[in-house]
Design a protein around this ligand. Structure first.
Ligand code: SF4
Length: 281
C-alpha cells in the first residue's frame, strides 16, 4: 500500500524540498516515517527567536534590546537542553542573534512588511516524466516585503550555525518554493490588504542570525540573496518540484551521499554510513 494516497494531491514542505532533491532516503525518514534526529535544543533556540522576531515585526513587542531580553526570558525553555550550561550558552547566543536582527530590521524603513505569512493551495505541476501532478503547496514565510510595484521580497531567518555558499543560495529550493508560491498567486490575499496587485516574485534572502555579516560588520547578520524567479520559473518547477513529486509518487527513496550528509540526522539508520550499516545489520 502506498504511503501517499494515489488519488490525493501530494504534500511536500518547502523547507524539505532541498533535502528531497539531495537524498530521498533522508527526506522519507524525516517527512514520512517521522524519524526524529537529535535536535531538541535547536528547536528551542529557533522557536524562541522566531517568536520574538514575529512579535517585533507585528509591532506587538518593542524593538529594543531590553524588551527583547525580557521576552526571551519568558519564552526560553530550558527543558530542551541536556545541561544548564548549554542552555545558558545558547541563551547568550540568542541575545546576540536578536541584537543582529534588531539592527537589520530597524534599518529597513519605509517597507511594507508582513510576518509569518501562510499559504495553502493545490496547484498542478508538470513532472519531468510529462505527467501533471497535483501538489498541495503549504507553508509559512518568515517575512515578506511588498514594494509599490507589486514585487515581493521573501526572507527566511536561519538560526543554525551552518551556512551555505552564495552559489547554493541562488538555487536554494526553499526560497524558490516561496518565490514560486508568489508567482502562482498563493499570496494574493495579501494583495487585497495592500491594494497592490498582482504580486510577483522580487527575490529572496536567507538571513543567518547566528552569524555576523562579515568584512568588519559585526552588527548585522550574514545574508545570502537569490534573484527573482522569472523566465525560468516553469522550467524550475518541472525540474525540482516535479522531479521531487516523481520520487514521492514512485516511492523510490534512494540514499544519495554528498556534502549534505554532514548535517543529516539519519546517520544511524543510513545504509551508506558505517554507523548505519552496523545499526541495521
Ligand atoms: S547520511 Fe547522507 S546518504 Fe545517508 S540518509 Fe543522510 S543524507 Fe542520505
Amino acid at each position: 500500500m502506498p504511503v501517499d494516497r494515489a488519488d490525493a494531491p501530494l504534500y511536500v514542505r518547502g523547507s524539505s524540498l532541498e533535502l528531497l532533491s539531495k537524498c530521498g532516503l533522508s527526506w522519507f525518514l524525516q517527512q514520512r516515517a517521522h524519524a526524529e534526529g537529535a535536535r531538541g535544543s535547536a528547536v528551542v533556540f529557533g522557536s524562541a527567536i522566531h517568536a520574538l522576531i514575529d512579535g517585533v515585526t507585528r509591532g506587538e513587542l518593542d524593538a529594543t534590546p531590553e524588551s527583547m531580553t525580557a521576552r526571551l526570558r519568558e519564552v526560553w525553555n530550558e527543558a530542551g537542553y541536556d545541561a544548564a550550561w548549554q542552555s545558558h550558552r545558547d541563551f547568550e547566543q540568542a541575545l546576540m542573534a536578536i541584537g543582529r536582527f534588531l539592527h537589520w530590521h530597524t534599518a529597513r524603513t519605509d517597507v511594507r512588511v508582513a510576518s509569518e505569512v501562510g499559504f495553502d493551495r493545490v496547484v498542478e505541476i508538470l513532472t519531468p516524466s510529462g505527467r501533471g501532478e497535483l501538489l498541495r503547496m503549504r507553508g509559512t514565510i518568515d517575512r515578506i516585503e511588498i514594494a509599490d510595484d507589486g514585487t515581493v521580497a521573501v526572507f527566511d531567518f536561519k538560526t543554525s550555525r551552518g551556512v551555505i555558499t552564495q552559489a547554493e543560495a541562488r538555487e536554494h529550493a526553499q526560497l524558490r518554493y516561496y518565490q514560486y508560491a508568489v508567482a502562482r498567486g498563493l499570496l494574493d490575499a495579501r494583495a487585497g490588504e495592500t491594494g497592490i496587485a498582482p504580486l510577483r516574485p522580487g527575490g529572496a534572502e536567507l538571513v543567518y542570525l547566528r552569524l555576523d555579516a562579515g568584512r568588519g560588520d559585526t552588527s548585522n547578520p550574514k545574508t545570502l540573496g537569490q534573484p527573482p524567479l522569472e523566465g525560468e520559473r516553469e522550467e524550475w518547477a518541472t525540474g525540482v518540484l516535479g522531479g521531487g513529486l516523481d520520487i514521492v509518487r514512485s516511492e523510490a527513496y534512494e540514499a544519495v551521499k554528498g556534502k549534505h550528509c554532514s548535517f543529516c540526522a539519519m546517520h544511524l539508520v543510513c545504509p551508506l554510513q558505517p554507523e548505519g550499516r552496523v545499526e541495521t545489520a
